[in-house]
Design a protein around this ligand. Structure first.
Ligand SMILES: Cc1cc2nc3c(=O)[nH]c(=O)nc-3n(C[C@H](O)[C@H](O)[C@H](O)COP(=O)(O)OP(=O)(O)OC[C@H]3O[C@@H](n4cnc5c(N)ncnc54)[C@H](O)[C@@H]3O)c2cc1C
Length: 403
């Protein structure tokens, strides 16, 4: 890793990547491994949590393949990772609610997903970035400009960077997207995601559980040993109530909402909460610039697919760059359009599916469903039973989730 000198004249590279989150690091790493001169910009990461990080990711087989290709996967501590072999989803918490089950065996994959802590992933990515030969700048972007001639950013340490291509991976609120004047549609969900880890009295047998209902969406994911992690996308008033409980009181509420499937729960640390919103940039590309990860699209976490979608962007970008004709410049608009076209369908499909499910099951969103769609709510249990009882349909859904 080189540290670029601060100066008034622009520091030139092939690609500037803004954002040191998982997507920015993965993109910068892949581009550097492809032999390009890359500058990665972002502030220092926040301090790591003391023990089990309550921010966890369920990474799909496709995300694992990307991390293997970037040589990051082997650096992850396998003893702190759990594989999901089976997923059990319920439309509500009645005992006779029809279960929608998916298994890795049915999908023909070694696991439906791997659950790991956010800090583990960030640490492994940062280590790999350190050895990749790219230039790392610990700074914030204050200004960004992109034109058919060049892309430029100004940093808060006074440095100006110039490149053929600017990649904005600076999160859902993307300041770079705004600086480039790229339009975005955005809607806040009336829910907050409450996350926490627990030791559980009963083993999870590598199963993940999820309940939809008036309580929002509760997902219970396996962690190594007799531990589990939850993501509870709770309506705002319920989120406030959950966060006001003692850690023990909260554990009791979770165990109850999870119908005791893992027995009594013992908290492994305090809960954390995240606001939820749907964000979709209208265009993914501008002259010599592109959006990637949450800067391009942020979806509801009910399917645990936000980062997987971002890693899909990274894989596509690397493939488009690797496959470019020798005469084509990195910022060539045709090249960027190839990226945009390839990502349109998977992004739209995921945003539509997660948003649709959220609205269909969220009591507070019922009123916001267009009148023409109101009968869908009545049909939801029928539809659910149909999917649950139709093996080919279930297989299609699994294929979509793991690809
Ligand atoms: C509760 C919850 C559970 C989730 N679970 C899953 C899951 O199981 N699986 C999954 O695939 N996804 C999941 N997601 C989604 C996932 O967390 C996000 O999609 C992912 O973290 C986005 O990563 P990113 O790198 O695009 O953005 P971020 O992680 O937001 O990183 C953006 C970076 O840009 C930097 N930045 C911002 N502004 C500037 C600036 N001006 N200059 C320089 N740098 C800047 C920030 O400091 C930050 O480091 C979940 C999300 C939530 C809320």
């Amino acid at each position: 890793m080189q540290h670029a000198p601060a100066s008034g004249t622009p520091v030139v590279s092939d690609v500037i990547v803004v954002g040191r989150g998982a997507n920015g690091c993965a993109a910068a790493l892949g581009l550097a491994q492809a032999g390009l001169r890359v500058t990665l910009v972002g502030p220092e990461s926040p301090p790591e949590p003391a023990d089990w990080d309550p921010r966890i990711y369920a990474l799909s087989p496709a995300s694992r393949a990307l991390l293997e290709r970037l040589r990051v996967w082997p650096a992850l501590d396998a003893s702190r990772m759990a594989a999901i072999q089976r997923m059990r989803v319920f439309p509500d918490s009645r005992p006779d609610a029809p279960e929608l089950g998916f298994s890795a065996h049915e999908a023909g994959v070694p696991a439906l997903a791997w659950v790991l802590e956010g800090r583990q992933l960030t640490r492994a990515l940062h280590q790999a970035v350190g050895f990749s030969g790219l230039t790392l700048r610990t700074a914030q972007v204050l200004q960004a400009r992109a034109s058919p001639q060049a892309a430029e950013v100004e940093l808060d340490d006074g440095t100006c960077l110039r490149a053929k291509l600017l990649v904005a991976a600076d999160g859902a609120g993307s300041p770079v997207r705004a600086m480039l004047g790229m339009p975005v549609s955005e809607r806040a969900y009336p829910q907050r995601a409450v996350v926490a880890n627990f030791a559980c009295a009963r083993g999870h047998a590598d199963e993940a559980w999820q309940w939809f209902g008036d309580h929002g969406v509760l997902a219970l994911l396996p962690l190594p040993g007799e531990r589990c992690s939850i993501v509870w996308s709770a309506p705002e008033p319920l989120a406030d109530e959950l966060l006001s409980l003692s850690t023990e009181g909260f554990a009791l509420r979770v165990a109850e909402a999870a119908q005791g499937v893992l027995g009594a729960l013992c908290p492994l640390g305090p809960a954390r909460a995240f606001p939820l919103r749907l964000v979709r940039a209208e265009r993914l590309v501008a002259p010599r610039a592109l959006l990637l990860g949450d800067a391009a699209h942020a979806v509801h976490p009910l399917a645990g697919q936000g980062l997987n979608l971002g890693f899909g962007d990274v894989a596509e970008l690397l493939s488009v760059i690797a496959g470019r004709e020798p005469f084509r410049d990195l910022g060539d608009h045709l090249l960027l359009r190839r990226y945009e076209r390839a990502r349109r369908e998977p992004v739209l499909a995921m945003a539509f599916a997660t948003d649709g499910l959220q609205r269909l099951f969220d009591a507070s969103s019922a009123a916001s469903l267009p009148a023409a769609l109101q009968p869908l709510r009545a049909l939801r249990e029928t539809g659910w039973r149909m999917v649950a009882g139709t093996p080919w349909l279930r297989r299609r859904l699994i294929r979509h989730a793991v690809s």
